[in-house]
Design a binder for this molecule. Structure first.
Ligand code: ADP
Ligand code: ASP
Ligand code: MG
Length: 406
């Protein structure tokens, strides 16, 4: 008997028929003698709908009230699944985040999990019930409903698996594992049998939204055995997220190509090249709670410096306003912006021992006439910022030159 946490994403619970399918799958695991905690997302499209409703009331919805609204999607699916299980003779009980007590901080819309009370869940498991928990949500110390950021049900599942020391956390979705790149963009993409935490972390943070980045961080930190599988197939081992040492085979140099359209670039031209200037520019951006991704500083012939950075498009307008006021204060020449960009990245732990990956990547892009606007690298990834219109071409070309089609 194993304790398994299973998470089903939005497409897997998109309508009553699919929820009944999930119920049948759970019943089969139960028959094998396993204990099950099931974490659900809202029906696909539902969270977007709820956000749109909120925006009709207030262009920038109050964050506490927004969480009260968007958390309702998951409350529907957990109740429906509990009914679906009871209908086929499987005892089950649904819980909201607050009922479990998934305690979070009070950062509405992107709260962090602080602790999980396992008492109710343990009691139900011991009584032979399937426990169903609403993903994506928690409650702060004052009892307010909070949510964990888009895609947050993955994190709910991994956090529950860590808190209850589950044997495995299975993420069921609409693809049968983690692929070399998004199969929606490159049909030739191949499923990976395993991928290391480090690679998955990079891929998630660079835009592969198959797993929410925080769920991967959590799983790495608490050593949760994490697997991505399809809820539409009965066979298959999916993709196991592993620690590097466990992989005894020769590493491929590149494991995957990730991309992110959610990027915008801002540049301030002609700032004085003096100590503290980066802080003066980015300090205000950080104070406004805006995450900065890539940063470049160039010193020009006249001794002035040009400073560029990227932010997510949701923060673009706000960042532009701040940068304009910084420009006036510093007496800089000009602010230029570009929100028609994207970031494409090659990720692989094999890069550590193989030089020449960057030049291969740059040549492949140059051969297609794609201009690189920014570059950033780490030990296991190379990212470039390019025009958004070249995104699909760049992903396909890189997928091919690094032999990921084979
Ligand atoms: P869920 O609703 O189940 O959480 P998501 O839409 O969040 O599902 O994540 C699954 C989707 O992630 C897939 O349909 C796929 O298009 C996309 N995706 C992006 N990059 C990858 C990748 N490298 N491997 C697999 N899927 C990917
Ligand atoms: N329903 C939430 C979202 O769409 C959380 C999730 O699906 O993981 O972002
Ligand atoms: Mg998801």
């Amino acid at each position: 008997m194993a304790l398994i946490v299973q998470k089903y994403g939005g497409t897997s619970v998109a309508n009553p028929e699919r929820i009944k399918n999930v119920a049948r799958r759970i019943a089969r695991f139960k028959e094998q003698g396993h204990q099950l905690i099931v974490v659900l997302s809202a029906m696909s499209g539902e969270t977007n709908k709820l956000i749109a409703l909120a925006k009709e009331m207030q262009p920038t919805p109050d964050p506490r009230e927004l969480d009260a609204v968007v958390s309702t999607g998951e409350q529907v699916t957990i109740g429906l699944l509990a009914m679906g299980l009871k209908a086929i003779g499987v005892d089950a009980k649904s819980y909201t985040g607050g009922q479990v007590k998934v305690l979070t901080d009070d950062t509405f819309t992107k709260a962090r999990i602080l602790s999980i009370d396992d008492a109710n869940i343990r009691a139900d498991l011991d009584a032979g019930r399937v426990v169903i928990v609403a993903g994506f949500q928690g409650v702060d110390a004052a009892g307010n409903i909070t949510t964990l950021g888009r895609g947050g049900s993955d994190t709910s599942a991994v956090a529950l698996a860590a808190a209850l020391k589950a044997d495995e956390c299975q993420i069921y979705t609409d693809v049968d594992g983690v692929y070399t790149t998004d199969p929606r963009i490159v049909p030739e993409a191949k499923k990976l049998d395993s991928v290391t935490f480090e690679e998955m972390l990079e891929m998630a943070s660079l835009g592969s939204k198959v797993l929410q980045i925080r769920s991967v961080e959590f799983a790495g930190k608490y050593k949760v055995k994490l697997r991505v599988l399809s809820s539409f197939q009965d066979e298959g081992e999916g993709t196991l997220i592993t620690v590097e040492e466990d992989k005894n085979m020769e590493q491929p140099i590149i494991s995957g190509i990730a991309f992110n359209r959610d990027e915008a670039k801002l540049t301030i031209l002609g700032v004085p090249d003096t100590p503290g200037i980066a802080y003066q520019i980015l300090g205000e951006i950080a104070a406004a709670n805006i995450d900065v991704d890539m940063i470049i500083q160039n010193v020009a012939h006249d001794g002035g410096a040009d400073f560029s950075f990227t932010v997510s498009r949701g923060d673009f307008a706000k960042a532009q306003g701040i940068l304009e006021s910084v420009r006036q204060r510093l007496g800089a020449r000009e602010v230029t912006v570009d929100d028609k960009i994207c970031k494409v990245s090659a990720v692989g732990v094999g890069m550590r021992s193989h030089p020449g990956v960057a030049s291969k990547m740059f040549k492949a892009l140059a051969d297609e006439g794609i201009n690189i606007k920014m570059i950033s690298t780490s030990e296991i990834k190379i990212s470039v910022v390019i025009d958004e219109k070249y995104l699909e071409l760049a992903v396909r070309v890189l997928h091919r030159v690094f032999n990921l089609d084979q």
